[in-house]
Design a protein around this ligand. Sequence first.
Ligand code: PAF
Length: 290
Amino acid sequence: MKIFLTTRDLQHHLNKLNIFPVGFVPTMGALHTGHISLVRKAISECPVTVVSIFVNPTQFNDKKDLERYPRTPEKDIELLKNFLRENDALFMPTENEIYPENLIPEKWDFGNLDKVMEGIYRPGHFNGVAQVVNRLFNIVKPDIAYFGQKDFQQLTIIKELVRQMGSNVKIISCPTVREPDGLAMSSRNLLLEPELRKNAGIIYTTITRAASMFNNFNIPEIKDFLRNSINSTPGFQIEYFEIVDDTELMPVNDKIELRPGKKYFGCIAVWAGNVRLIDNTEFSCSVSKG
Ligand code: PAF
């Protein structure tokens, strides 16, 4: 694999190769098996794949969160060497490369999509994600980009970003990869205290259990169940749980609001000590009313 630190060198490499489709896996590093599943998929579909590692400051609404975000560049490089082929590229830009002084920061309007769930608790987060993804797409010019379903709201917003940009980049969503106890793989898991890590499987166990209750219980009862089982685990606290459709992300508070033909996902954010974890799973209900 080739490693590039500048846009110029990366673009020179891709232009010289001139092969398509170009696959792209944007990441913030601290790579784990979830990222590798995206890389594997990209490699299986694209003759050239670019992976980027850039911890994007504009998507952190909390400065402390940015400072302590895990960074393991040497390990990441060693790991990627096992998968990326000779002409595949790892792009590790500096902040100045992504946000040069003359770049005018964009403001995106995503309507409801960034006003719910993460949007409420992490103001400005999705504008920062959109900024960096737009910038990276302009640099890499991928044909296909791969994102994990764990970041369900991010994925929906990126699809909308691509629509607003009139871009032809095909967005592929890839299944969440989980630890044996069900915990969704995330770079942030590295920050968990051992005792909290031991119990963190509770998040997935509880949302899958809640999903199985969807046919027979109403939504407030399901929310109570989630709140009680997560908040009674020492060190764990729910920040939000919402059931939303997968295109407009409208929270559903009563089953009467369910619309036929739509898919619904239960999305959760949980504090495990001072680490914030998110997860989601599909909620399907056979009694939806139109
Ligand atoms: O999902 C992530 O790791 C980041 O939000 C992304 C898409 C790489 C943008 O910084």
